[in-house]
Design a protein around this ligand. Structure first.
Ligand SMILES: Cc1ncc(COP(=O)(O)O)c(C=O)c1O
Length: 373
């Protein structure tokens, strides 16, 4: 009886054409367009809801908590945390995961000071405002890594309060990784006894577990919580992520809610049941080796992009184990066509799995043909 008008149908068709065209020219954002979730699409036909803690029951049985626990276990292993000691859940993305980590830190150390570098993602300042946490921004080095001397000096003059360190495991603009070993050495040297480390591993959390010589990033190197994005390297039509921490920390904030029969440990109440299924599927299908191959190809294409740009006299570089290739900001036409994310005088391309050598070649040709001025 009710149906869409022809105009509404045309509008949808036009949007799909826009999606198709824009997807073919995506170089600037760390999102993977290569995915196929056809097999689990039927699950979108249910009003499923993962309300509450995935490690406790709920009265609402149309949920995928079981798969979500699997996802948490798999990510825990990748992030070097014994799954038996791990707690976590599938979030709406990196921001929620970082908020969770910092919330946990604040519950453990209410008077702690949060230290983070200038290259930290913009969402962290917002989170710190929401959580009303005292914080100090630390200088960055040119490659985007935190300046360890400035960090040491700043902690030294605030030695009377607990340290909450917000570690960048792959910065947004330069793919730089803060060295957790150096940070822990500073804490030990200054005899800091109360500290907490949260790793923002939005993109590199899915790269470092698959390379031969990763920078220190996980729980084995002192992280107390860690957030990874799901829509970035894994790829998803719905933004999502995973947050991990230790089981014994979470018991400090748990509250039982009788009418839904859940433990209220997550930030949202109602939660997506499809994204946990999707992350589970992505791992089940490809396995560790599949993801290792994908990461290895991405790093190869990144190396190729640096070479091609440098051969064309465009000064490009990247951090170790990073797929983020940094170069001088190109003309607005190039920025717009390739959906780059420029910042001041630099821009980057990110060799996500859908980025081929042919795309890199076309991009370099555009940079030369459409040079500014
Ligand atoms: C390093 C880093 N942290 C956090 C985020 C925020 O992630 P989301 O947009 O999924 O909330 C991003 C997003 O690009 C990021 O690059």
């Amino acid at each position: 009886m009710y149906d869409l008008t022809p105009q509404a149908r045309d509008r949808l068709a036009a949007l799909q054409r826009t999606f198709e065209e824009a997807s073919a020219h995506m170089l600037g954002y760390p999102v993977n367009f290569n995915f196929d979730y056809d097999e689990i699409l039927p699950f979108l036909n249910y009003n499923a809801n993962n309300v509450g803690d995935p490690f406790h029951g709920t009265n609402y049985r149309v949920n995928s908590h079981d798969f979500e626990r699997d996802v948490v276990g798999r990510f825990a292993s990748l992030m070097r945390l014994d799954p038996e000691e791990a707690w976590g859940y599938v979030t709406t993305g990196g921001t929620e995961g970082n908020m969770y980590g910092l919330y946990m830190a604040r519950e453990l150390y209410p008077n702690g000071v949060v230290y983070f570098s200038q290259d930290t993602h913009y969402s962290i300042l917002k989170i710190l405002r929401v959580l009303n946490m005292r914080n100090i921004m630390i200088k960055s080095q040119d490659n985007g890594e935190i300046d360890y001397d400035d960090l040491r000096e700043t902690i030294r003059i605030n030695r009377d309060v607990p340290v909450i360190f917000m570690a960048n495991i792959g910065t947004t603009m330069k793919g730089a990784v803060d060295d957790l070993r150096q940070v822990r050495a500073i804490l030990a040297d200054l005899a800091i006894t109360q500290s907490y480390i949260h790793s923002d591993a939005a993109l590199s959390g899915m790269i470092l577990p698959f390379v031969a010589d990763p920078q220190p990033f996980g729980f084995d190197e002192g992280a107390d919580s860690l957030a990874v994005s799901g829509h970035k390297l894994i790829g998803s039509p719905i933004p999502c992520g995973v947050v991990l921490t230790r089981k014994d920390y979470v018991s400090r904030i748990a509250r039982s809610i009788e009418y839904v029969g859940v433990m209220d440990t997550t930030i949202p109440g109602s939660r997506n049941a499809w994204t946990p299924l999707m992350l589970w599927y992505a791992f089940e299908k490809l396995g560790y080796e599949g993801w290792q191959d994908i990461v290895s190809s991405m790093l190869e294409v990144a190396g190729y992009a640096v070479e091609r740009l440098n051969d064309s006299d465009i000064l490009a570089w990247r951090n170790p184990n990073s797929v983020t290739v940094v170069f001088p900001r190109p003309s607005p036409e190039v920025v717009s066509k390739w959906q780059l994310a420029p910042y001041r005088n630099i821009a980057h391309l990110i060799t996500m799995p859908h980025v081929t050598r042919d795309m890199v070649d076309e991009f370099v040709d555009d940079c030369l043909a459409l040079a500014a001025g």
